[in-house]
Write a protein that binds this ligand. Sequence first.
Ligand code: GP9
Ligand code: MN
Length: 716
Amino acid sequence: MKQIGRRIRAYFNTRFGFFVLAIVLFWLKTYWAYNTKFNLGVKGDMQQLLLAINPIPTTILLFGIALYLSGHKSYITMLIVDTLTSVWLFANILYYREFSDFLTFALIKGSGAVSNNLSKGILGIMDPSDWYVFLDVIVLILLLLFRVIRMSTAPVKKRTAVAISALAVCLIGANLSMAYSDRSGLLTRTFDNNYIVKYLGLNAYTVVDGVKTAKTSAAKANAKASDLDSVKKFLKNNQATPNVEYTGVAKGKNVFIIHLESFQQFLIDFKWQGTEVTPNLNKLYHESDTLSFDNFFNQVGQGKTADAEMMLENSLYGTAEGSAMVADGTTNTFQAAPAILGQMGYTTAAFHGDVPSFWNRDNAYRSWGYDYFISKAYYPSGKGFEVGYGLKDKIFMKYSTQYVEQLPQPFYAKLITVTNHYPYELDKKNQSIAKTKTGDKTVDGYVQTAKYLDQSIGEFMAWLKTSGLEKNSLLVFYGDHYGISGNHKKAIAKLLGRSDFNDFDNAQFQRVPLMLHMPGLRGGVNHTYGGEIDVLPTLENLLGVKSSNYIQFGSDLLSKDRDQTVAFRNGDFVTPTYTKVGSSYYETQTGELIRKLTAEQKDAVDTATNRVTTALSLSDRVLNSDLLRFYTPNGFTKVDKSQYSYNKKKAEKKLKEAQSENTSVMSQNKGESLLDKYITDAPELATEGETQDAESSSSAKKADSKKASSSKQDDK
Ligand code: GP9
Ligand code: MN
C-alpha cells in the first residue's frame, strides 16, 4: 500500500505528473460547476457525455503551454493559467445567476449593463460555494508550498510538449465533430451561448465569442456617419406613401404581437380528414375586422426566429451571416418598435417560455428597449409542462396573462409561441387530430402541433374577451417561417394533394399568415405582395407613427403605391409577376418556367434583382457597421441599455409599483387577478397542486428534459 502511495507521489513529483493532476482537478471542478451553477438543458446521453468530457481538450491545450517552459517557471505558468481560467469560470457563474447567460467580450467591452448590474448586486448574488472553483488552485499551491509535491527541474522534452498540444487539438476536433453530429450548425447558427458551453465547454465558448467579436468590431470600428448616406438615399427613393385611410386608427390601443411558430399560410382553411386544423385562426382570418394578407412571405435566413423578430420590430433584414440578434444584439444601437412605442408612453414586454439566452434575446431586447422580458423562470413548471424548446403553448399563454394583466396600458406585448416547432412532437394527451400520412416523419406531426397552437390561441382570445382587453387592443398575428422545409417536396405534394412540388412551388410555399385584428378595423383579405420587413411600417401607420422618420427597409402594406417585390434572404424574390429561384425565373401567376426572357421581362427582373440585392446589402451594412449609432430620429431618445434588467424579482417589484398608476387590467379589477378566469383544457393543469413555483422544481424539470428527445437538429 505504502509503496503505491510512494509511487503516486513520485509520479506527481514529475512535471508531467503535476500537469496531469492539475488537469484532472480542473476538469472535476468544471464539471461540478456545469452541473450545479448553470442550467444548460442537457438532454440525452450524447449531450451528457459531451458535457462531461468537453473541459478536457481545452484544458490540456491551455495548461500544456507550461510544458514548453523549464523548471519553476513551468509550474508558475500552470498555476497562473489555472487561476485565470478559474476567475473566468467564477465571473461566469456570477453573471449567469443574474442573466442566465454567459459573459461575452461585447458585454465586457461595450455595454454598461454588466458592470452596472453586476457590481451593484455582486454580494447579493454570490453564493459561498461559488468560491469552490478556486479550490483546485489552492490545493495545488498548498501541495507545492508544503512540499508534499516537489517541483521537478528535469526538463520535459520539446517533442512531448508539442505532442501534448497536438493531442489537445485532435481532441478539440473530435469534440467538435461529436457536437455537430448532435447539433448541426452549432457554430454557424449560434443559437445560444448555453449550447456552445454545453457542447464544447466554457473555454471553447470564449474563443468562439472572441473570434466573433473581433470580426464584428473591425467592421464597426471602420464605419463612419457618411456610410449612412447611401442607405438614406435608397430609402428615400423607394419610399411608399402610407395609406392615410388607416393612419392612426389604432392610436393608443394596446398592441399584441402574436408570434406563431413555424406557421405557414397553407394551414389557413386547411382540412385534414375533413376537419379544420386551425379553426380559431381561420375564424380570425375571415373576420370582418381582421386585415388578412394572403401574399405575405417570410423572409428569414439562417437566423430563422431571430431574423423574423429583427424584421418585425426593426424593419431590418436578418444578416447574411446568421442571427443578427446574436452578433449585434448586445452592442448595436437600435430604434426598435418597443423603444419607439415606449417613448410614446407604452409599456413594453416580450413573453417567451424558453431560456432568455436563446437567440441572445436577453441582450437584444435590452437594446430594443423592452421594459420587461418574461421568460422561462417567470412561469410555473411541472411534469410535462415543456416540449422541445420550452413551455407548451397552452400553459405559456395562460400564465402570460398573469403578467399581461399587470402591464400599465397602453402596452405593447409580444408573445412568442414555440410548441409548433420542428420536430413537431406532442404527447398523446395533447393530440386532438391524427397525424397526416405522407410517410415523412418530419412532416406528419405538423398538423398536430399546429392544431395545438391554434387551440392555445382560441383560449387566449377567449380570455381577452373576458378581461375586456380585446376591445381596446390591436392584435398582430404572424407566422415566423416555414415549418416544412423544401427538403420534403414529396411529402408536401402529398399533403397538398398535388402531383408534384418544385422549386417555384417551394418559393410560393414561403407564405405565412399576417393578420391584424381589432374591433372596428376595416378588414378583409388583402392581396398585396409583401413580407415580414413590411410589418413595422404598417403597424406604425395604424398607430399614427411616421415611419419615414426611421431607417426602415419595409413599407406600409396598405399603401397604394408600394413596390411589391418580396426579397428572400438569399437574393431570390417574388413579385406579383415574376419569381426568381436561383438562376431560374417563373411567371408567378402560372408557375411557368420562363426559358428565355424577352427584353421586357429581362428589364423587369433586372430591376427587381437590383432592388433586392441593394436593399439586402444596405440593411446588412446598417447592422454590421452599427450605423444607427450615427442617426437619432427626430424626437427619439437613444436607448440606454443599462436601464433594463429582466431579473424576475426586480421586474415583479416594478410591476407591483406600477399598479398605483391604475391603468392595468388588474388594478382596474380592484387589484384582483383575472387568471382564474382563464379557461384552458391543458391536461397538465387539470389537477391542482401539480403546479409548482418555477425555481422550486428544477429537479422535476431536469428529469423531464432528460426524457425529451436528444436530437433536436433543425430541419435544414
Ligand atoms: C427558441 C425559438 C426557436 O427560443 O424561438 O427558434 P427557431 O429555431 O425557430 O429559430
Ligand atoms: Mn421559429
